[in-house]
Each structure stands twice: as structure tokens, then as C-alpha cells.
Design a protein around this ligand. Sequence first.
Ligand SMILES: [Zn+2]
Length: 96
Amino acid sequence: MNCIKCGVNVPENQVFCDACLADMENYPVKPDITVTLPQRKEAPVSKKKSRRQRNIPPEEQLRRVKTKLRLAHLTLAVVFICFLLVAAMLLQYLQS
Ligand SMILES: [Zn+2]
């Protein structure tokens, strides 16, 4: 996202950069004056976003898959341990 006044790169959802905001503080607008902001094209931004997501390098994709797999294995291990604990408790309960 760029400042619509000077074009400097600003964070998402911000219309003006901090320099322009500070500059505008020096020229306050009267309360009865309507200010219209120029229309901002939304489509190219979202297109760029999705393209950026598609262009993930293979090493990064592999790393993400490995992380997901590790998480799945960990979840499976925790579920299995819980199952073993419940089975052991049930056995003890049945024997007593
Ligand atoms: Zn600016």
C-alpha cells in the first residue's frame, strides 16, 4: 500500500504516510467541509497477494509440509498416549 499523497510505502489500511499526516495537521479542515478520498483500485492488490502466495519456493513448501507432518505425528502420539492411559485405567477398574 502506498500513501495516496506522496506515494511512500505505508502499512496496510493506512491511506497517508506519517509524514503527510503530520503535514496535514498544519492545515486543519473545517468541520463543515466534505473531504472525498480518491478511489483506490482493490482488484490488483488482491491479485498480487494471491500471486505472491502461489510463488512460494519449493524448499519453503517442503518445509511447511514437514512442519504440518510433524504436528500431525505429535497429535497422533498424544492421542495414542491418552488412549493407552484410558485403557490402563479401565483395566484397573475392571480388575478391582
Ligand atoms: Zn505521504
